[in-house]
Design a protein around this ligand. Structure first.
Ligand code: ZN
Length: 310
C-alpha cells in the first residue's frame, strides 16, 4: 500500500533513492556510455547527493540525467507525487488541482502533467488481436466548437475525432485523427491490428464499403485485410448478438469523455493526443495496483530522453 504520506513523496533525497532503485535495480548505469563496471559515488563535500562518475567515459551523472526529469527545478518528491496522483485517479487529475495539491505554480503543474503523459506512451511491440483475438474499432467526437458563422446543426465535422482500437481483454490504442473515413482510418487499422484478428465495428461507411462498387477504385471490405469482420447494427438494437458487439470500446469512451468533461474542462485540440495517451495508459495498466502503475510511469520517465524542451 502506498499513500501520500510515504517518505519518497515528502523528501527529495528519499525520492531520489526511490527512483534509483526503480531505474537501476542492479546498480547505477552510466547514461552517457552505458558503463556499469566502474561507477564511483562522488563523495566530496562539494558534490551534490546522488552524483556518480563513470570510470569508462569520465563523465558525471545522477539518476535524472537524460530522463524527462532532467533540468527540472521542481523537487523530485513532488514529481513522484504528481506521477502517483495521475496514475491513481481514474479520470485523471487537472493541472489546476495538482498546482493546489503540490504547492507548485500552475505553469509548473501544467508542464509536469505534460511531461508525465510523454512518459506514459507505451512502446508498441505487437499488433492487437494476434492469434485470432477480437478487436473492437470505433470513433468518438470531442468538443463543440463550431467555426464562426456556421449555423447550429448536427454533424461532427467541426468536432475533434478520436479513433480507438481495443482488443477484448487486452489493450486499447487511441488516435486523434483529422477525419473519419476509410482513407484516414484504414492505414491505422492495418498498422495496429493483426491480420488474424476478428474485427468488430458498427455499420458506418468507413468500415463497410457501399455495395455494387466496380473498377480499380472500388473500396475493399475489411475481410480482405483481417480474418473476420462482424458488423454491429446499432439502429436495430443488436448490441449483443453472440459476440458481435462494441460494448468494450463504448465503455472506454465513456470513461474518456467523463474524464475530459469533468477534469479537463478546456482541452485544446493541440493537446488532445496527450490526454488520450494518459487514458490509454491507465486502461492498459488497469490490472495492476496504483503503486505499480505509478512505478511503471516513473520507469517511462527515467528511461525516456527529452523529446522537447521547456
Ligand atoms: Zn560512461
Amino acid at each position: 500500500m502506498c499513500n501520500l504520506t510515504a517518505p519518497h513523496f515528502q523528501d527529495a533525497e528519499k525520492a531520489r533513492k526511490y527512483l534509483e532503485n526503480l531505474r537501476w535495480p542492479d546498480g547505477p548505469v552510466c547514461p552517457h556510455c552505458g558503463g556499469i563496471e566502474k561507477i564511483y559515488t562522488m563523495k566530496s563535500k562539494k558534490a551534490r547527493a546522488g552524483l556518480y562518475k563513470c570510470g569508462d567515459c569520465r563523465k558525471q551523472f545522477t539518476v535524472t540525467v537524460k530522463s524527462l526529469f532532467e533540468d527540472s527545478k521542481i523537487p523530485l518528491n513532488k514529481w513522484l507525487m504528481a506521477v502517483f496522483l495521475m496514475c491513481s485517479s481514474k479520470k485523471g487529475i487537472s493541472s489546476h488541482q495538482l498546482h493546489r495539491m503540490l504547492g507548485v505554480t500552475y505553469k509548473s503543474a501544467w508542464f509536469m502533467t505534460h511531461r508525465i503523459r510523454e512518459a506514459m506512451k507505451d512502446p508498441i511491440f505487437s499488433k492487437l488481436g494476434g492469434g485470432g483475438g477480437i478487436v473492437e474499432v470505433d470513433e468518438t467526437f470531442w468538443g463543440n466548437r463550431k467555426p464562426r458563422g456556421q449555423k447550429k446543426g448536427r454533424g461532427y465535422h467541426h468536432k475533434e475525432k478520436i479513433f480507438s482500437l481495443i482488443e477484448r481483454g487486452g489493450e486499447v490504442r487511441s488516435f486523434h485523427v483529422k477525419a473519419v473515413n476509410a482513407k484516414t482510418l484504414k492505414p491505422i487499422m492495418k498498422e495496429q491490428i493483426d491480420a488474424s484478428a476478428h474485427v468488430m465495428t458498427d455499420e458506418a461507411a468507413q468500415y463497410v464499403p457501399p455495395r455494387n462498387q466496380y473498377g480499380p477504385n472500388a473500396r475493399k471490405p475489411l475481410e480482405d485485410d483481417f480474418a473476420k469482420h462482424s458488423v454491429v447494427n446499432h439502429s436495430h438494437g443488436e448490441y449483443v448478438r453472440g459476440k458481435a458487439h462494441t460494448n468494450t470500446i463504448e465503455s472506454y469512451f465513456s470513461i474518456l469523455k467523463r474524464g475530459l468533461i469533468g477534469t479537463f474542462h478546456h482541452v485544446g485540440p493541440q493537446h488532445l493526443k496527450r490526454y488520450i495517451v494518459e487514458f490509454d495508459f491507465r486502461y492498459n495498466n488497469r490490472h495492476i495496483d496504483d503503486v505499480e502503475r505509478a512505478d511503471k510511469a516513473l520507469k517511462g520517465i527515467a528511461g525516456k530522453r527529452l523529446l522537447y524542451s521547456n
